[in-house]
Design a protein around this ligand. Sequence first.
Ligand code: UVW
Length: 340
Amino acid sequence: MSERWKNKPEGANWGVFGDDDELGRVNLLTDERRLRAATEIKTGKTFCLSLPLDLPGGTALNPNRKPPERHLALRKGGKPSVNYPLRLENEHYIDTSCDDSITLYTQYSTQWDALSHIGQYFDADGDGVPEVVYYNGFRGGTDILGPDDKDGARARRLGIEKLAETGMQGRGILVDLAKIYGTARKWVGYDDLMRALQDQTVEVEPGDMLCLHTGFAQLLIDMKGTPDPKVLHNACAVLDGRDERLLGWLEVSGIAALIADNFAVEGYPSPVPAGCQHCAALPLHQQCLFKSGIPLGELWYLTELAGWLEKNGRNRFFLTAPPLRLPGSFGSPLTPVATV
Ligand code: UVW
């Protein structure tokens, strides 16, 4: 029990890292583990694990998230700041200049979900009435502000900048679900994940950032910005968030982050169990973001890395993946880098 909550959800680790903790499992990315992770650098070769941020393309994957929109900054004389002659501001100058401005949906493409991204109606204060609650008992309306709150919509607690401040660096491990299950839609439960880990001799240790290669981001690249929704919604592996054993494993595994190259790590929409009156639409997000404090990485590009690791008989690498230090944001684009 803490000042913020009397009841905590079953299977939650609230309070384990302190009553005011906003990092969850990211606390496990310690200096000691980072040093050990650095021993995975054997060749110095790097892999960019981001999609071009204008993919998937259009709004077929998620109608609520739009592609980046470029605006032109204007300078003196209303002139666009592209090939802009600085001599307009001082006749002695010979320089030209370009700069730009972008409207970016923070979770359109390669992204981290902040711990403030998904909460739940939950009776944390024990008064018999559920309220809007996030990881470690932080509250909607007090800690996570909506558009009608005084300071406007933003995460006062659990914002993405908290992850950025840690550097998000440590050991990445990759399991290749595409290799074992192919690229047709496959709901991967606990048994399937354990089989893949075993077949590919992937050992998961506390503090590891676990990456799932499904081939989905490669499909997006192949579709060149005009994705076919029928294909997308039926392609590649997705975790089965309704599998309680899988959720239980995520709770005890000690992973610091869970990452996939697909849309939402888990399958969405997840079929509602028979007789369920109140259940999570995104049960794996509930386990990871709300209960365990495990950030989710989505739409990363893992195909080239997966190929190289397989060819070289490896599944571990050094991972550097800070989000933008964007105060109060619920998610962030990023350019993760694997060094092998
Ligand atoms: C969905 O939109 C389904 O998931 P996320 O918000 O994590 O991308």
